[in-house]
Design a protein around this ligand. Structure first.
Ligand code: LLP
Length: 428
């Protein structure tokens, strides 16, 4: 289900008119649809229902407390990558016992926190880390549940910055040596081997690399089950979403409205469930983007038009500090005018932000409906890796975040103030 659509000439999120909302809350403004997030969670859970499957939502994708709380209530566990994320998950009502703790550089304080809270599994990414977890657990008189992250050396065919499953990436332990790493881990007194983890990359638009990786690793998972009686196999996150032509066109179902269906849950499940079911293990999934990506937009207002000799620029009040994906990954975000377009006033423009960098753009040479100063647009598919990657660069206060639930719009993070910008700073 996709909850962004035009109604009476204005873009709505569920039952909320986004232009009215922006009048009240100002811009730039992140807006999320509760119904979409819940629908995505349930769709994935239903697709995998033949398995003993635990969805551990990748907290990093969107870690607002209300979003986490929503998913916790649906039954999600969480994949966390820092002490801060453990703190957030717990505050949001998530159960640490359903959390996996990933990341190549866990600190002593983070390991201690994970142990204290009773994290389900520390997913370790190197032998040095396993040794350190063993040491810290020993000092606290505890046994740490661990899994090793295998790097299966499979090409995820995604942007190089978000590909993680190749040997040249910093993630996981090479497939060729992981068996020995398990043997050494098994000999340590303060760790207990609980599973195996992998994650080959993000924004995968085909099921093939997932299948390739699972097929490659499966015999090893069977051997681990035999030898160490492991409980789970995590195949990570990475399910890609559609970033283009994302507005529903008449159909209730966003999925059905898609002409380009890079990776549907039906396909993901139908290819992977038969490979995973015979293992007889708990299967963990760590989706982030799939849950929240298409559930969020960033609303922004056109400040100025600037017609140069080569280009027409529309300067908006959102910038790369608010949504960095275009600048960092050349990520595409569809742009929708809040006032429904007629198709008659289209022009080719660049959409740029106010930050002093040439990389601060959201669209280049894109055909968009006419935009005058004061018009508002929505940068679509901004629910994942949007607000969480925002910064105060150029001393720009962070936008507010809104969660829409039917006709109701809840402020789930207030807009930062000027005082927030300098909080914690001192003049010596
Ligand atoms: N599990 C692990 C171990 C991960 O490293 C990640 C993402 C996920 C799960 C969730 O992946 P997802 O289902 O969201 O694809 N900022 C980038 C994406 C970075 C992904 C990092 N790891 C972007 O905006 O495209």
């Amino acid at each position: 289900m996709h909850s962004f659509h035009y109604e009476n000439g204005a873009l709505h999120c569920e039952g909320v008119n986004l232009n009215t909302l922006a009048d009240e809350q100002g811009t730039p403004l992140y807006v999320y649809s509760k119904a979409t997030i819940v629908d995505h969670y349930r769709r994935l859970a239903a697709g995998m229902s033949e398995l003993d499957c635990q969805i551990c939502y990748a907290t990093k994708a969107n870690s607002n407390l209300s979003v986490l709380n929503l998913l916790a209530k649906e039954g999600a566990g969480f994949d966390v990558v820092s002490g801060g994320e453990i703190f957030r998950v717990e505050k949001a009502g998530g159960a640490p016992g359903k959390c996996t703790f990933a990341g190549v550089g866990k600190t002593r304080a983070e390991i201690e926190l994970g142990l204290e809270k009773g994290i389900y599994s520390f997913n370790a990414e190197s032998e040095a880390e396993v040794a350190f977890i063993n040491q810290v657990a020993g000092e606290l008189g505890k046994v740490a549940p661990i899994a090793l992250r295998v790097n299966p050396n499979v090409d995820a065919k995604t942007h190089k910055y978000i590909s993680t499953g190749k040997s040249e990436n910093k993630f996981g332990i090479d497939f060729e040596v992981i068996e020995k790493a398990y043997e050494r881990a098994a000999a340590l007194p303060n760790v207990k081997i609980r599973g195996l983890q992998m994650h080959i990359g993000s924004q995968l638009t085909s099921v093939k690399p997932f299948v390739e990786a699972v097929e490659k690793v499966r015999p090893f998972v069977e051997a681990l089950k035999e030898k160490y009686n492991i409980e789970f196999f995590s195949i990570g996150g990475g399910i890609g979403i559609v970033y283009e032509d994302t507005l529903a066109s008449g159909s209730d179902s966003w999925w059905e409205a898609q002409e380009e269906k890079p990776l549907t849950i039906e396909e993901y499940a139908s290819q992977l469930v038969p490979l995973l079911k015979p293992l007889g293990l708990k299967i963990i999934l760590e989706p982030g983007r799939f849950m929240v990506g298409n559930a969020g937009v960033l609303i922004t207002e056109v400040l100025y038009e600037k017609r140069g000799s080569a280009k027409t620029f529309k300067i908006i009040d959102a910038a790369m500090n608010d949504l960095i994906r275009p600048a960092l990954y050349e990520g595409h975000h569809d742009i929708a005018r809040l006032k429904e377009p007629t198709g008659e006033d289209n022009e080719i423009v660049d959409i740029v932000g106010p930050v002093c960098e040439s990389g601060d753009f959201f669209a280049q040479n894109r055909e968009l409906p006419g935009l005058d100063a004061g018009d508002r647009i929505a940068l679509l598919s901004a629910g994942a890796y949007g607000f969480v990657m925002a910064s105060n660069y150029n001393s720009r206060p962070l936008p507010a975040e809104i969660l829409v639930d039917g006709e109701q719009a809840h402020v789930i993070r207030r807009r930062q103030t000027m005082d927030d910008l300098v909080a914690g700073e001192v003049i010596v």
